[in-house]
Design a protein around this ligand. Structure first.
Ligand code: NOJ
Length: 492
C-alpha cells in the first residue's frame, strides 16, 4: 500500500530535542553520536523518521533557534561528519532524518547581521510600528551602530530576515540544496507562516478594550506573499528522489487559512495543525477539528498531528494529568487518526512535564524547560545533564523489560497502524466516545468519558486495547468500552 514517493503519509515522525536525547561523550548534553547510538531503539520502536531540533551553531539565546551559521553543526552536537554518519546509519534501518530550518530570523551574532553589504537582508525602520514580540515587549530594538530600529518577532538576539530581499531568497535556496544533497529527507520549517512582513510595515490592529485589548497579528504574520516562497521551495524539494518533505510550523488558527499552506499540492506537504494540539482531550472538540480539516483541506492533502513539542506542556501532563488510562487513549487516537503523527521524544513512555525551579530555568524567554528534560533511559541518572531529570519511574530500561508498559503499548500501536488504509470514516458514537473506521474494516475507538459506552457496527478482533487484557477478544457488532478505554479492532 505504501508508496515510496509519499513515504511520509504512512510514517511516524519522532521529534528529538537534540540537547536532551542521548549524550555520547558524557559532557552533559545530547549530541549526534548519541542519537546514532539510539537508532536500535528507534528501529525497535518502529518510527520511520526523526526530526532533529536545530543542529546549527548558535549562541543559544533561544536554544538553537538563533542560528549563527546555517551550514554548520553546533560543536556541542558534533560535526558534519557525525551528521553524515547518522544519516547513513539511520538509512540502513530505513529511518529518514529531517532537520529544523530557522529561516525567519538569524542570531544577532550571525556575520550577516554585522555586514554593511547585507543591511537589506534584515527589516529596518526609523520609527518602530506597534508590533510586539512573541516573547513580550516591543518587536523593535535600536541598533547602536546603524542608528535605526531592527525587527525581531522573538528575542532582540533574533533579528528577523527581510524576505523581500532576493539575496535572502537565493541564500536559503542554496541552504535547502546543501542539506538535501547530504541526504536530509526534509525540513521542519520554524515559524513557517511568518517569513514575509507587510512591505509597508503597517501597524497591527488592536482589538478589544482596555485590559482585554490585544494585537491582531495581521501584518507581521501569515501574509499572502509567503506562499510564493513555498511554491519555490517545493519545486526544489521535487528535484530530489525521494522528494524532500516540507513540514511547516504554521501557527494559523483558521483552518481555511492554514489549508493555503498546502496550496494545490505545490507548497508544504505537512502544515502543522495547532488547533488540534492545543485543544482539550475531549471527543467532541477534537473530532470537530479533525472534521474541520477534512472540510478545509483539499481531498488529496494529508494532515499531521502532534500532542507534545518543545514549546508546550507535554500531553501526558496537559491532556492527561499523568493518568495512565488517559495517556493510552491519547496515544491511541494520535497514532490511529488518518494522518502523519509526530511523537515527541518520551511520548512513547508517557513522559511528563517536569517542574523546573525558577532558579534553574534556562529558557528565560518562555519557561519551556519542563518539556525539554533529558530522555529517561535508565532508572537512575547516569550523569549530570544541562538540565535536571524529571521523575525517572517511567524510563526506557524498565519499560522495555515489561511488555505491559506504555512503551510496549506505543510500539504495538505503531505496528497496528501499518495495517490501516489511508481513508477514515467517523462512526456514530455516544457522547464522550470518538471512533472511526480506517479503510473498510479496521476500527479505532476511544472513550474519553467517565461513563461506559457501546460502539455499534464493529466486527473483528481486538488487536490492541488500552487495557492490555482485551487483546484477541472477538467483537461481533458491539464494542463495549469502559471509562477512558480504547481499542483497535481489525478484521478477524
Ligand atoms: C518556534 C520554535 O519552536 C521555538 O522554540 C522558538 O523559540 C521560536 N520558533 C523562535 O524561533
Amino acid at each position: 500500500m505504501s508508496d515510496e514517493r509519499v513515504w511520509w503519509r504512512d510514517a511516524v515522525l519522532y521529534q528529538i530535542y537534540v540537547r536532551s536525547f542521548a549524550d555520547a561523550n558524557g559532557d552533559g548534553h545530547g549530541d549526534l553520536p548519541g542519537i546514532r547510538s539510539k537508532l536500535d531503539y528507534l528501529e525497535w520502536l518502529g518510527v520511520d523518521a526523526i526530526w532533529l531540533t536545530p543542529i546549527n551553531p548558535s549562541p543559544n539565546a533561544d536554544w538553537g533557534y538563533d542560528v549563527s551559521d546555517f551550514y554548520g553543526v553546533h560543536p556541542d552536537y558534533g560535526t558534519l561528519d557525525d551528521l553524515d554518519a547518522l544519516v547513513a546509519d539511520a538509512g540502513v534501518r530505513e529511518i529518514k532524518v529531517l532537520i529544523d530550518l530557522v529561516p525567519n530570523h538569524t542570531s544577532s551574532a550571525h556575520p550577516w547581521f554585522s555586514d554593511p553589504a547585507k543591511r537589506d537582508w534584515y527589516v529596518w525602520a526609523d520609527k518602530p510600528n506597534n508590533w510586539r514580540s512573541a516573547f513580550g515587549g516591543p518587536a523593535w530594538t535600536k541598533h547602536p551602530d546603524v542608528g535605526r530600529y531592527y525587527l525581531h518577532n522573538f528575542l532582540p538576539e533574533q533579528p528577523d530576515l527581510n524576505w523581500w530581499s532576493d539575496g535572502v531568497r537565493k541564500e536559503f535556496e542554496e541552504t535547502l540544496r546543501f542539506w538535501f544533497d547530504r541526504g536530509i529527507a526534509g525540513f521542519r520549517i520554524d515559524v513557517a507562516h511568518a517569513l514575509i512582513k507587510d512591505e509597508q510595515l503597517r501597524d497591527n490592529p488592536i482589538v478589544g478594550k482596555a485590559k482585554e485589548s490585544r494585537e491582531e497579528r495581521v501584518y507581521n504574520m501569515n501574509r499572502p506573499e509567503v506562499h510564493e516562497i513555498y511554491r519555490r521551495w517545493r519545486r526544489i524539494a521535487r528535484d530530489y528522489d525521494p522528494e524532500r518533505v516540507l513540514l511547516g510550523e504554521t501557527w494559523v488558527p483558521n483552518l481555511a487559512e492554514l489549508a493555503k499552506y498546502y496550496g494545490g499540492d505545490d507548497e508544504l506537504h505537512l502544515p502543522m495543525i495547532f488547533p488540534f494540539t492545543l485543544a482539550q482531550l475531549d471527543a467532541a472538540e477534537l473530532s470537530e477539528i479533525v472534521e474541520g480539516t477534512v472540510q478545509a483541506f483539499p481531498a488529496e492533502a494529508w494532515p499531521v498531528w502532534c500532542g507534545s513539542n518543545h514549546d508546550i506542556v507535554r500531553f501526558p501532563t496537559r491532556w492527561c494529568g499523568g493518568d495512565e488510562a488517559k495517556i493510552r487513549c491519547a496515544l491511541m487516537l494520535l497514532l490511529g487518526l488518518r494522518g502523519t503523527p509526530i511523537l515527541y521524544y518520551g511520548d512513547e513512555l508517557g513522559m511528563e512535564q517536569v517542574e523546573i525551579p525558577a532558579s534553574e530555568q534556562l529558557d528565560t524567554a518562555h519557561s519551556r524547560d519542563g518539556a525539554r528534560t533529558p530522555m529517561p533511559w535508565t532508572p537512575t541518572a547516569d550523569h549530570e545533564w544541562w538540565i535536571r531529570h524529571g521523575d525517572l519511574t517511567r524510563n526506557v530500561e524498565d519499560m522495555r523489560g515489561d511488555e505491559t508498559s506504555t512503551l510496549w503499548f506505543t510500539r504495538e500501536l505503531l505496528a497496528a497502524r501499518r495495517e490501516f488504509a489511508q481513508t477514515m470514516t467517523t462512526l456514530d458514537t455516544p457522547e464522550g466516545v470518538w471512533a472511526w473506521r480506517r479503510g473498510e474494516s479496521a476500527v479505532v475507538a476511544v472513550n474519553l468519558g467517565e461513563q461506559s459506552a457501546a460502539v455499534r457496527g464493529v466486527q473483528g478482533r481486538i488487536r490492541l486495547g488500552t487495557r492490555g487484557a482485551r487483546g484477541g477478544e472477538s467483537i461481533d457488532g458491539t464494542l463495549q468500552l469502559g471509562p477512558w478505554e480504547g481499542a483497535v479492532v481489525l478484521p478477524q
